[in-house]
Design a binder for this molecule. Structure first.
Ligand code: NAP
Length: 499
């Protein structure tokens, strides 16, 4: 061989070496994150010694010392890289945010405000602006949501093994050299949701609705948990909503579509009654807390779980990647509790004159929330007071109109809602109120119910009315609170049950 041929050989080998070096350093970054999570030191002398012994044996006696010298340098470079990655960051200076579109009702800013002191902006970016946004780079780290979890991949210089395996990126980190690193914390989120549910996936047949980014994440985790069979249902796929009967033996159903998500509350793709073996339902949607699918599962006695736990867990894992700091389980629990409390409505039901309007206003004030009074909204919507509406349209007309108004109120998040005394007469109102709320039955002694100026109850037989309605109030209510004391006492009692 000539000198130039040998040099070409060296150039080829260097190209392979550099590619292997890049892969090695990427794995090293992953190891840094694992060590941080497990509280392990960067240096592991035992592991280094074992590696050196293996390398000496593999390379042969003649090159053993050279190979050992090369690897000692590599170990030092890896340690240096890991130390740099794990160095405490100035959190306040970190510019983080959520990339997607549309982002109107995202819970992420509220969650990240509880997880760290970095800034967290909503980067609502149209598809035409995606490339420009990622290249301009006015951020240090990002979460990525619909519709960009796949689209961002070509902009990442490297992916974590999990993001690579799933083909979906929901977290992007800017590396010290300015390039982007894509990771996937949705997997950890879905794992946590399944773990918390206590549902065993192994050996079960699962239907996964939708074929987008979340669906790929779910399938990846279900495979890892040894599901027996995983079928993706896609509107345009071989398995679709027209031939669901092929899979009537499904034991797990996971909704990874936006169907049922605010503002499309109440929508669902099929009835669970078509799946007699269904043992559990997971719905990745978290607003409302209970989608129509989850509500139907509850009615059928099938354990069902919404997506809030997954949302919080993926955010915690992303925050760890943003800051290089571990988020404890206690913090994750606290965030979940706070978010649940803040996002769900508190709904007061009870007999006419039991004090719902007054208590709701005081409760809203105590909680710093908006108060919605169904009766007042009824008058605003219809332009008529309730007795006049009753006189013109009868009770059935009134109840139908009231249910329509409740459909709108039930979709809200984080409000205090005071309802009319008869809402429990229409069983459909239960799902409307329960989908996103804690329902409290406000009880007051019959002799203390306000009647004055209330044409509908002024001359009614309240005892008979109570007899009919009490079991219905009990069926709707998550909690019962007495309003026989002062308003302040009642508000305090409600705050206690909400805790
Ligand atoms: P995506 O990439 O846009 O995929 C959604 C998929 O749902 C689509 O590929 C489509 O599949 C199907 N779909 C969309 N509209 C539909 C409709 N009207 N009827 C039936 N199917 C429809 O979105 P994604 O990122 O996978 O997210 C899906 C849902 O999961 C969203 O609601 C999101 O909020 C939620 N999610 C929650 C979490 C969490 O932490 N809880 C995390 C990720 C996602 P086909 O075209 O194949 O039918």
């Amino acid at each position: 061989m000539t000198l130039s041929e040998y040099r070409m050989m060296i150039d080829d080998a260097d190209r392979e070496l550099l590619a292997a070096f890049r892969r090695r350093m990427e794995a090293s970054a992953g190891i840094a994150a694992c060590k941080q999570r497990q509280g392990l030191p960067v240096r592991d002398p035992l592991r280094e010694q074992e590696k050196l012994d293996t390398i000496r044996a593999l390379v042969g006696a003649e090159l053993a010392d050279y190979a050992a010298a090369l690897y000692e340098t590599l170990f030092a470079l890896s340690r240096d890289y890991q130390t740099k990655l794990l160095a405490p960051k100035d959190e306040k200076a970190l510019r983080c945010g959520l990339l997607g579109t549309p982002l109107g009702h995202s819970y992420s800013p509220a969650i990240h405000a509880m997880l760290g002191s970095y800034s967290y902006e909503l980067f609502d970016t149209p598809e035409t602006g995606l490339s420009d946004f990622l290249k301009r780079g006015e951020f240090d780290a990002l979460n990525v949501t619909i519709p960009y979890k796949k689209a961002v991949i070509p902009f990442c210089a490297a992916l974590s093994p999990e993001a690579e395996a799933v083909g979906s990126v929901n977290t992007i980190l800017r590396r010290p050299d300015g390039t982007l690193f894509g990771d996937n914390t949705d997997c950890a989120g879905f794992r946590a949701l399944v773990r918390e549910s206590g549902v065993s996936v192994a050996g079960k047949k699962a239907l996964v609705l939708g074929s987008g980014g979340a669906s790929r994440t779910v399938c990846h985790v279900l495979r890892e948990l040894n599901a027996r069979e995983i079928v993706v249902i896609s509107r345009t796929g071989e398995n679709n909503y027209e031939n669901l009967d092929r899979h009537a033996d499904a034991e797990l159903i996971v909704n990874a579509t936006p169907v049922g998500m605010f503002p499309m509350n109440g929508e669902m793709l099929f009835s669970l009654t078509e799946f007699p073996d269904c043992a559990a339902v997971f719905d990745l949607v978290y607003n409302p807390a209970r989608t129509a699918l989850v509500l139907q599962a509850e009615h059928l006695g099938i354990p069902a779980f919404g997506g809030l736990r997954m949302l919080v867990e993926q955010a915690c894992r992303s925050a760890e990647l943003f800051t290089g700091r571990t988020v404890s389980e206690e913090t994750a629990e606290q965030v979940l509790r706070t978010l649940r409390r803040k996002s769900e409505n508190v709904i007061l039901i009870g007999m006419p004159g039991s004090g719902k309007t007054t208590v709701a206003a005081a409760l809203a004030e105590a909680l710093g929330r908006q108060c919605l009074d169904a009766d007042t909204i009824f008058a605003d919507w219809t332009g008529m007071d309730i007795p006049s509406y009753f006189a013109v349209y009868g009770e059935s007309g009134f109840r139908a109109q009231e249910s329509d108004i409740l459909l709108d109120l039930g979709r809200c998040s984080g409000c205090v809602i005071s309802t009319g005394g008869g809402v429990v007469l229409n069983p459909m109102n239960y799902d409307t109120l329960h989908q996103n709320g804690t329902i409290i039955w406000l009880r007051r002694g019959l002799d203390r119910l306000a009647r004055e100026g209330r044409p509908l109850s002024e001359h009614a037989d309240l005892a008979a009315m109570y007899e009919t309605r009490a079991p219905l109030y009990a069926r709707f209510a998550d909690f019962t609170v007495s309003n026989d004391g002062t308003v302040a006492e009642t508000v305090q009692a409600i705050l206690e049950v909400l805790e």
